[in-house]
Design a protein around this ligand. Sequence first.
Ligand code: F6P
Ligand code: MN
Length: 429
Amino acid sequence: SFAYLTVKDRLPTILTKAVDTVHRHKKTFFEKYGQEGVEAEKRAIGLMSKLRNELQTDKAVIPLTDEFPDAAQWNTYIERQQAALGPEEFPSWFKSSWLFMECYMYRRIHESILLNPPICDFDVFSEAKIQSFFSSQDAILIVCTYLQELQRKIENFEESQLKDEFMLLMQVALWGNRCDLSISGGQDNSQKNNPLASLESLKSFILVDDSERVWNLLVNNWKNKTSQTTPIRVDIVLDNSGFELVTDLVLAYFLLSTQLADEIHFHGKSMPWFVSDTTRRDLDWTLKNLQASNHASLSMCGNMWEQNLHKGVWVYHDHLFWTLPHEFSDMSQDAPDLYSELHKSNLIFFKGDLNYRKLTGDRKWSHTISFDTALQGFHPAPLCSLRTLKADIQVGLKPEQAEQLTLSDPQWLVSGNYAIIQFSDPNPK
Ligand SMILES: O=P(O)(O)OC[C@H]1O[C@](O)(CO)[C@@H](O)[C@@H]1O
Ligand SMILES: [Mn+2]
């Protein structure tokens, strides 16, 4: 299975790269913290090497020992997994569920760093994220320039033009999800082609396309807006930093400036996660970097986006639930505060593959089962998954669609070449 290959090959590679990154920063740690920094670097590397050994020899999952606020919840989860197995067995890398073990690896990397002050705020993936941002420079410039030009024309747009632009920018944000650094084992996977020019030819690779339903929801909210109605809120559960993040911010800016939304809420990760996922620090770094650019459209985007955050029409949230191994159907029970926050939204976009696995509980569903069923009661608000397929799970397909895909391209589920725009509305009007 793809899970087996991930645990056997991809995760150890990612761990080795993390060890190497920490080691290459030895000098920086020395300059910053003196000998204490070097000692911390050695201890962190020791912990990560031990982790890699545990993984490769299928050792039992052990509880977390740091004091990060999610440690107790993690340990309860581990105990629950243990209890489900009984006294003869124990959760381990090759026997427990893929989702659990993969999340656990990233949490243990974080523990290796947390336990070692003064380097405890070091992001082992930061370098790769920054490099991927720079390798996507041309593509970033193209989408930011497009947004800037759109901005000039938007006021005179008819509804049909607004719809066309929304559809286009949603597809750009969709395909932006190809650029994650976990599927590539930490290797550069940035956007090299013109992201606008390829959209037409990519259309046939969108296996489920509910974009009309998403548009109808947005445009109806917009039309029914009065001075009495509450502001229209769109949430984006972010995925990767770099090119994908820029495409999400472009979409968010479009929604706000057309008043299809009055506020946008972003959700990021509270620790380095699945190599390229966005943390608050990545968002800040991205905005600063754009602001400092010599290209007018990049600096303009950086400035406008920063102002939106400042004005509070863009809100950034991080919640520890996003970095737990839980599937989203557990959210109302295990993170009721987050569930009620999402319940305030008019539309939630879930970016990326990992979010899709958590939305559907990472089960071996039949490909034709409905998305609503696979969500298993997770219906905080209308939601839409924008995801390129990088794990062997996909629901909501037509009869025979999966079989035909398997015949024409056996790797369709995991290559990242196919995508979905999949929508679910708990209370359709
Ligand atoms: O950034 P995304 O789209 O969530 O993808 C994360 C990657 O990590 C995995 O979840 C496992 O490695 C894959 O399924 C996917 O390739
Ligand atoms: Mn990711």
